[in-house]
Design a protein around this ligand. Structure first.
Ligand SMILES: *[C@@H]1O[C@H](CO)[C@@H](O)[C@H](O)[C@H]1NC(C)=O
Ligand SMILES: *[C@@H]1O[C@H](CO)[C@@H](O)[C@H](O)[C@H]1NC(C)=O
Ligand SMILES: *[C@@H]1O[C@H](CO)[C@@H](O)[C@H](O)[C@H]1NC(C)=O
Ligand SMILES: *[C@@H]1O[C@H](CO)[C@@H](O)[C@H](O)[C@H]1NC(C)=O
Ligand SMILES: *[C@@H]1O[C@H](CO)[C@@H](O)[C@H](O)[C@H]1NC(C)=O
Ligand SMILES: *[C@@H]1O[C@H](CO)[C@@H](O)[C@H](O)[C@H]1NC(C)=O
Ligand SMILES: *[C@@H]1O[C@H](CO)[C@@H](O)[C@H](O)[C@H]1NC(C)=O
Length: 752
């Protein structure tokens, strides 16, 4: 198959072809090669016009290469797997000039018609030397014909396969016209039965058989499906057989030679990911007993494959119980691949031109060579695209490879989470994309995208574990039609890299401040709760909360008495309140909590507790005449302060005690008492009746008659409204923030 001694003359050939004037030949338009037994001419698909034809010329005879004539005469024309026009011409074809069996020439005219109806003709004189000497018997199974040629024996050689026969009674010419062909054909409805039909050469010609002779060879050729050929079933396909003997006369001797031909009609099919072509190891009529395989060579696209290359590309030949199996990985180099989108699936068609040279020796022939040419097209096979996940979570980026694409597929777009990845921004966002060639003429794409990319989604799984998810779609363009194929690539990776949000708190003059440090997961995944109430805008408004989002934390100021605060106690140090702040993860329900306790100094306060206690602090400062807090008491003078300091007195008592008066008002009960000054009398000055106290602070709590009591906090100077308001003797006004409040300060839940 060496490119050797290829002459493609386009010398002026006016005399030969008066109708056509040769045009100059564009570079790269034609490729010619000399193969074992045929001329090989390829015409680039790029230059093919609307219409074109190939003519051959021998002397003054010109023939268009097509149809029956081409098949009978040894010409094969068609498109190769790359779409180029291909002409194969047997060295023994009609109109080929045979130079003493060692050099062959043929004059070919390529006539191209362009869209403007203009025709251009290119003459090509193909010349090929014989590189591989002729063998005793050579068979060809072409796409459109079968051919056999054998040595023309001279009588002294007594070869097997050539038999001496008693001269026929009829006088024979030396000429071809007198030759006879004996066809053997099966007898219908009689298994194994054969009958013979002897026809003269002229008759055989009419039946579509080309018979001729060269200096050294006898030739028989016929298109497939000729009369007197028959099919033998083999597997699902058949083998077409022409069983023929030619009788010819040489120097007074009548010779017969077996000119049988057989070609497998089997097609290739997909088997797993391979293209599988099976053919019988023994072809009927061609293999005589005890044959010995002498060689088997496979070629694709017009070239033999060395064992090494075949191995590299994954081609295989097996002898499987009488069946030769030739396997070619779908898409392997040597053929061509065309990609499509069929029903949304990535599919490919594979075209491969295969040829096979088989050589064997048997009892009849010292060597038989058979050359088989077959063009296979395997169409629309759904092809898998592999998404290879090469992500190493600790590297904090996704690494995804999509494999494997033939050259007619290129990446157009990548969308992540429905958003196109903008190439210009890729580098800035740390995204890297590469196209990587593979040894088998395919390529893959590798996309790396950092976990931190805004289009990578994150999900907190709990226990500081975070799942990163890349939902990508790779969008490919298929040439030449511009079809678009989208392939999803969804990968995820888990990493324990979560810094949880953290809660802190502090006391302010006005209330409690909670600080929620964000941590490193989306703060919108967390809900902030105050005293069990979710922080929403309603709570913010009702409670008078104020929010301030800082870079690293959110600060929430909760005013004293706001919803969410809990009453823990009232003492001389002040009012003890607490806030339970919690952050709850919406999905995992994982919770962070913090309790912030604060003491607010108070001078006066009345607390009505749900358990029925009243806790009250009064301040006697500024009362005139002065009142010693040690000398204050409730309606029951035995109920004395729990604690005192220089001006304040703290009482705590139950509504059932200390002289508390309960009055029913509808479905409410009003409990009244008061703090008064009750100075002890000197023992020697015991009066008959108690003097009217000059210091009286009315106290009151209102609770529902039936049902649960709630906590209420008031300034003693502003007791609950249902109380008959009788202002005290208290004259001094107290300064302090609590006095700015309304009569009933907000309620605080009771603390634990
Ligand atoms: C047979 O071959 C001879 C010479 O090779 C050629 O001149 C002749 O035309 C051929 N016969 C046919 C029928 O093609
Ligand atoms: C081999 O093929 C023959 C005939 O086709 C069949 O009878 C035989 O079972 C096959 N042997 C194996 C091992 O497949
Ligand atoms: C090409 O090579 C890659 C990697 O070795 C392999 O995965 C792929 O299947 C091959 N494709 C073909 C068509 O041989
Ligand atoms: C690229 O993406 C856009 C939508 O973002 C889509 O309309 C277009 O078809 C894509 N192009 C290719 C070549 O994939
Ligand atoms: C991809 O790789 C990561 C990291 O090795 C692994 O966690 C994940 O399960 C893999 N598969 C997919 C489909 O994301
Ligand atoms: C009240 O009594 C306590 C102890 O009985 C005493 O220490 C304190 O000084 C008294 N306060 C006043 C203002 O008298
Ligand atoms: C009263 O409190 C109890 C226990 O806390 C509760 O089960 C009940 O529903 C409350 N009743 C009303 C009317 O709120």
């Amino acid at each position: 198959m060496v490119m050797y001694y290829v002459t493609w003359l386009w010398i002026i050939l006016f005399g030969l072809c008066p109708s056509s004037i040769p045009d100059s030949i564009p570079i790269g338009m034609f490729r010619t090669e000399c193969h074992d037994r045929h001329f090989w001419l390829s015409i680039s698909s790029n230059v093919l016009g609307n219409k074109f034809r190939i003519n051959v010329q021998g002397g003054s005879e010109v023939h268009e290469v097509s149809g029956q004539w081409a098949a009978e005469c040894g010409y094969t024309i068609g498109f190769d797997s790359w779409g180029d026009l291909l002409l194969r011409v047997s060295y023994l074809a009609c109109l080929v000039e045979n130079q003493r069996e060692t050099e062959f020439r043929v004059l070919v005219w390529f006539v191209n018609q362009y869209s403007n109806k203009e025709e251009k003709s290119y003459p090509l004189l193909l010349t090929c030397p014989l590189q591989v000497p002729w063998g005793p018997r050579e068979l060809v199974c072409e796409e459109n014909y079968m051919e056999v040629s054998v040595f023309k024996h001279s009588p002294p050689d007594n070869h097997i396969g050539v038999e001496w026969v008693t001269p026929a009674p009829v006088e024979l010419d030396e000429g071809l016209r007198e030759w006879r062909v004996v066809f053997r054909i099966p007898v219908l409805h009689q298994e194994g039965g054969m009958r013979e039909e002897t026809v003269p050469v002229r008759m055989a010609h009419l039946l579509g058989y080309y018979i001729n002779t060269t200096d050294t060879r006898i030739l028989l050729r016929c298109p497939y499906g000729s009369k007197l050929a028959y099919m033998l079933q083999w597997g699902e396909a058949g083998v077409e057989v022409v069983s023929a003997t030619i009788m010819y006369k040489l120097k007074w001797t009548l010779l017969t030679v077996d000119m049988s031909m057989a070609c497998t009609m089997s097609q290739a099919r997909m088997d797993g990911s391979d293209v599988l072509w099976s053919l019988p190891r023994n072809l009927p009529t061609l293999f005589h007993p005890s044959f010995i395989e002498k060689g088997l060579k496979l070629g694709v696209g017009g070239r033999y494959l060395s064992e090494c290359v075949a191995h590299q590309r994954g081609y295989q030949i097996h002898d499987n119980n009488g069946t030769l199996e030739i396997r070619i990985p779908f898409g392997a180099e040597g053929g061509s691949v065309q990609s499509h989108v069929i029903d949304g699936r990535f599919s490919q068609s594979y075209f491969v031109d295969v040829f096979l040279l088989r050589e064997w020796e048997d009892a009849a022939w010292s060597l038989t060579q058979q050359r088989i040419f077959r063009a296979f097209s395997i169409r629309h096979v759904p092809r898998p695209i592999t998404v290879i996940n090469m992500t190493v979570p600790s590297l904090r980026e996704f690494s995804v490879s999509l494999c494997c694409f033939p050259p007619d597929v290129s990446l157009g777009n990548v969308t992540v989470a429905g958003q196109p990845v903008v190439w210009e921004e890729m580098e800035r966002n740390g995204v890297r994309l590469s196209q990587n060639p593979l040894p088998n003429n395919t390529h893959s794409y590798l996309l790396r995208i950092p976990f931190s990319h805004p289009l990578v989604s994150q999900k907190y799984l709990g226990d500081r574990l975070r799942r990163y998810t890349l939902s990508g779609v790779f969008s490919f363009i298929l040439t030449p039609d511009g079809e678009i194929y989208d392939h999803p690539a969804n990968v995820e990776a888990d990493l324990q890299d979560v810094v949880l949000p953290k809660l802190e708190g502090e006391c302010t003059v006005w209330g409690v401040r909670a600080l929620a440090y964000y941590g490193n997961i989306d703060s919108s995944e967390w809900s902030l709760y105050f005293g069990g109430m979710r922080l929403d805008w309603e709570l913010v408004e009702l409670g008078g909360f104020s929010l301030d989002a800082k870079e690293h934390y959110l600060s929430v100021d909760v005013p004293l008495y706001a919803h969410g605060m809990a009453y823990e106690g009232l003492g001389m140090q002040g009012l003890l309140v607490s806030v339970l702040v919690s952050l709850v993860h919406l999905e995992t329900a994982e919770e962070q909590t913090h309790v912030q306790r604060c003491v607010f100094p108070v001078r006066e306060l009345l607390v009505c507790l749900p358990d029925g206690r009243m806790v009250v602090m009064v301040d006697t400062a500024g009362v005139s005449p002065p009142v010693n807090p040690n000398h204050t008491a409730l309606l029951d003078p035995a109920c004395r302060p729990l604690e005192t300091d220089h001006s304040r007195a703290l009482f705590s008592f139950h509504i059932d005690s200390c002289g508390t008066i309960a009055t029913y008002d509808g479905d409410q009960v009003i409990y009244r008492n008061e703090v008064r000054n009750m100075p002890p009398f000197p023992p020697h000055l015991r009066p008959l009746s108690q003097p009217q106290p000059h210091y009286r602070v009315p106290l009151g709590c209102v609770h529902p008659a039936n049902g649960n009591r709630s906590l209420a906090i008031y300034l003693p100077s502003h007791p609950p409204t249902p109380l008959p308001l009788k202002h005290t003797h208290k004259t001094a006004s107290h300064t302090g923030h609590l006095e700015d409040r309304d009569d009933k300060i907000k309620s605080l839940p009771v603390g634990g």
